[in-house]
Design a protein around this ligand. Structure first.
Ligand code: ATP
Ligand code: MG
Length: 576
């Protein structure tokens, strides 16, 4: 491609809407343009990069025996009703009604559609295993679209769905997809980590996320510092080693007047105790119906995803001060586990609370707390569960090592689904033993648009993007410094053509503008390699070759440039 013909309109200034590094550079480098909230045009440079990502994904998925399909973006509400998700999915699913008053969804994901396809075509174990994938636009009406295509409403996803005879086969597929994702991440050049994840609304009970490590990531990863252990989990799922149960003799239950005490720290100080000796009770509304109390050790935070799962709820939210007053008779901040069940409030206590003796809790009355509270004697819970947030410094439950935290961007997700959809949608096959069985399913997603943004988030400097060779929109930028210098221009044309013929993805900046602008644009867009033909060096038979990520350039004999450039491009694409 000659730059003079290319659709590249770089911006000097950062548009106001840009909220993150990748968003800023994707706009400035002319990869995307905003059309509306969370909806973007993908421009030639952006699409080239995205197509390189999809090519890698296709190769690896095909190599793993998956087959590509293309399912419609529109899906009929009836399918979603069968699985129960028409009611459950919530506002993130964009719905519409056609001229015949039929309801449709703009597919946020395709479990229902694929299950419908497979149940209609597959009826024997002989047709299994089956893994079907597509690379297609998804629509999710995100509450807060942001960071450009990192969290947009319309985005490209690779989604795969597997169908197996039994759990063992499904787990083998899961592991194969896990390995495939690992390869994909390596080929794209990511620094990444696979982590245990919560299954969320998609369901199932075994899932891992592939996290691109970046300080700007929205997700928090908890990982064990002991590399041999390798434990890593999304914060939503992370567990840690719980303290041993305390064994102190039970003290009498005492109600204490605690005027003007509002925080755990103040309470502990007032009573001459430590925050970890206390337990706080937080009241939630479960599925907009019932109130539940969640009791957490005073020094710890509640992980609402774990709590929601423990309560078997689809949704939980904090109860309002009015709801709390009405139900418990006490203002917000004074709830405690004693007599809460009697008020019709379900009581869940965290494992860290279960091991406490003689703790301090709210008194269910303004300005009162109890001391000497003991589980069993003074209150009975409905359930004990782990719903504490793991934090940096906690002990690893797997190896006893130390846990640490880092930020990441979720680029992909692998789930074992089991029979969640095959059961609700009656998708069955005839097994070898003549019995009709529901399929064992898995689903495997990669956010293709997000992958492009995540790569930029991981590879950039103050001048712009630093693409890894594998997904750069162009691998090499040939820059004749002065297009009026005929000999240099002739050489540039030759090397450009030779590289192109050799299969190198090359652009030549043939614009008659100042070299400063050419270099700035080259750095901003972030082509991994640039070949600069300048008059002075060229007269000495030399050409400058520079990797974007390196500070210095190499002066090469003009005759060796072709071989060296081809060699560098090839080497850069090798899996490290
Ligand atoms: P998140 O927690 O970030 O909302 P998710 O759990 O909803 O992600 P999945 O349903 O697992 O995502 O979708 C598969 C992949 O699609 C994700 O791993 C992510 O890379 C991508 N993805 C999800 N939502 C968006 C979005 N709004 N914009 C761009 N990519 C997205
Ligand atoms: Mg989401």
């Amino acid at each position: 491609m000659k730059w003079s013909r290319a659709f590249i309109n770089t911006l000097r200034e950062t548009p106001k809407e840009a909220e993150s590094i990748s968003h800023k550079y994707m706009l400035r480098a002319c990869l995307i343009k905003k059309l509306g909230a969370g909806v973007y045009d993908l421009l030639p440079l952006g699409l080239k990069s995205l197509n390189k990502v999809t090519a890698i994904i296709r190769e690896e998925m095909n190599a793993a025996g998956a087959q590509e399909v293309l399912l419609p973006i529109l899906s009929p509400s009836e399918l979603w009703q069968e699985s129960g998700r028409w009611a459950k999915y919530g506002k993130e699913m964009m719905r519409m009604t056609d001229r015949h008053e039929n309801s449709w969804a703009l597919g946020p994901t395709h479990e229902e559609v694929i299950t419908d396809l497979v149940r209609s075509q597959v009826n024997s174990y002989k047709q299994l295993p089956l893994n079907l994938y597509q690379i297609q636009v998804k629509f999710r009406d995100e509450i807060r679209p942001r960071f450009g295509v990192m969290r947009s409403r319309e985005f490209m996803m690779k989604d795969a769905y597997s169908f197996d005879r039994d759990e063992a086969a499904a787990m083998a597929t899961y592991r194969l997809m896990f390995d495939t994702y690992t390869k994909i991440c390596k080929r794209i050049g990511f620094k990444f980590r696979s982590v245990d994840a919560d299954s969320g609304p998609i369901g199932g009970n075994c899932s891992s996320e592939f996290m691109v490590l970046a300080e700007t990531g929205e997700d928090t990863i908890i990982y064990c510092e002991n590399e041999k252990c390798g434990y890593a989990a999304n914060m939503e799922k992370a567990v840690f080693k719980k303290p041993e149960p305390q064994t102190a003799a039970e003290e009498p239950l005492t109600k204490v007047h605690t005027p003007n005490i509002r925080t755990v720290e103040e309470l502990a100080a007032f009573l001459g105790k430590k925050p970890e000796d206390t337990a706080k009770t937080i009241l939630y509304i479960v599925d907009e119906k019932k109130m539940a109390g969640a009791v957490m050790r005073g020094d710890r935070e509640i992980n609402e995803v774990k709590l929601k799962n423990a309560l078997g709820a689809s949704e939980i939210r904090l109860a309002t001060p009015d709801e709390i007053l009405e139900k418990t008779g006490a203002p917000v901040g004074f709830a405690g586990p004693i007599n809460l069940k009697e008020k019709g409030i379900r009581l869940a206590i965290d494992e860290t609370v279960a091991s406490l003796k003689n703790t301090v809790t709210g008194g269910n009355e303004l300005d009162y707390h109890y001391t000497g509270v003991n589980r069993g004697r003074d209150y009975q819970e409905n359930l004990v569960a782990d719903f504490a947030k793991a934090v940096k410094g906690d002990t690893c439950a797997k190896c006893g090592g130390k846990l640490n935290e880092q930020k990441g961007i979720e680029m992909g997700h692998v789930f074992y689904l089991g029979k969640k959809y095959s059961k609700s949608m009656q998708a069955k096959f005839l097994d070898e033993d003549g019995k009709s069985k529901e399929f064992e399913m898995g689903c495997f997603g990669i956010g293709v648009s997000r992958t492009v943004a995540a790569s930029i988030e991981q590879n950039n400097d103050e001048n712009g993007i630093i693409w890894p060779m594998a997904i750069a929109p162009y691998e090499v930028n040939v820059i004749p410094v002065n297009v009026k210098y005929e000999e240099g221009m002739k050489y540039a044309e030759e090397i450009y053509k030779k590289l192109k013929d050799a299969g190198i993805d090359v652009i030549m900046d043939d614009r008659d503008i100042s070299p400063g602008v050419k270099f700035k644009d080259s750095d901003l867009i972030g082509f991994p390699l640039r070949v600069v033909v300048g008059e002075k060096n060229f007269k000495d038979g030399k050409v400058e070759v520079k990797l974007r990520r390196e500070k210095d350039f190499a002066l090469m004999d003009k005759a060796e440039v072709f071989d060296r450039v081809v060699g560098i491009v090839k080497k850069e694409k090798e899996i490290k």
